[in-house]
Design a protein around this ligand. Structure first.
Ligand SMILES: [Zn+2]
Length: 123
């Protein structure tokens, strides 16, 4: 009878986060398919300056992060580490968790207008 011995691992925060990175595509796997998989899981996609031109974020309902124009990451297209990667976020998640600067300004204008009319609570 086979026995399985479980040894609890003491994770540091860095190790834990590293284990949750997508880790780049497997060797021999076409980049397009790998990125489509990430998009299907609604994960954040990071692409280097060369690979970013081959990706159409609108086609998979993704948004380009524009407030932070670059990020340091492993490119999901060619698996190279690059400090000038572009970050793409699944659009419905993006609009749930944050606003772009233009959206913040529009929100503030609408709020100011409601205060001027004397009723903050009606949109
Ligand atoms: Zn790349």
């Amino acid at each position: 009878m086979a026995h399985e011995i479980l040894i609890p691992k003491q994770w540091t925060k860095q190790e834990f986060l590293k284990a949750h990175e997508a880790g780049g595509k497997k060797r021999g796997r076409a980049a397009g398919g790998w990125i489509a998989d990430l998009a299907a899981q609604k994960k954040v996609i990071t692409l280097c300056p060369l690979c970013t031109n081959k990706f159409n974020p609108a086609r998979v309902n993704y948004r380009k992060e524009k407030d932070y124009p670059v990020c340091s990451a492993t490119c999901d297209g060619c698996s190279a580490w690059d400090t000038r990667c572009t970050m793409y976020v699944y659009a419905p998640i993006y609009s749930q968790v944050r606003m772009t600067r233009e959206e913040q300004r529009a929100w503030q204008r609408s709020r100011d207008e409601r205060i001027r009319r004397g009723n903050l609570n009606t949109p």
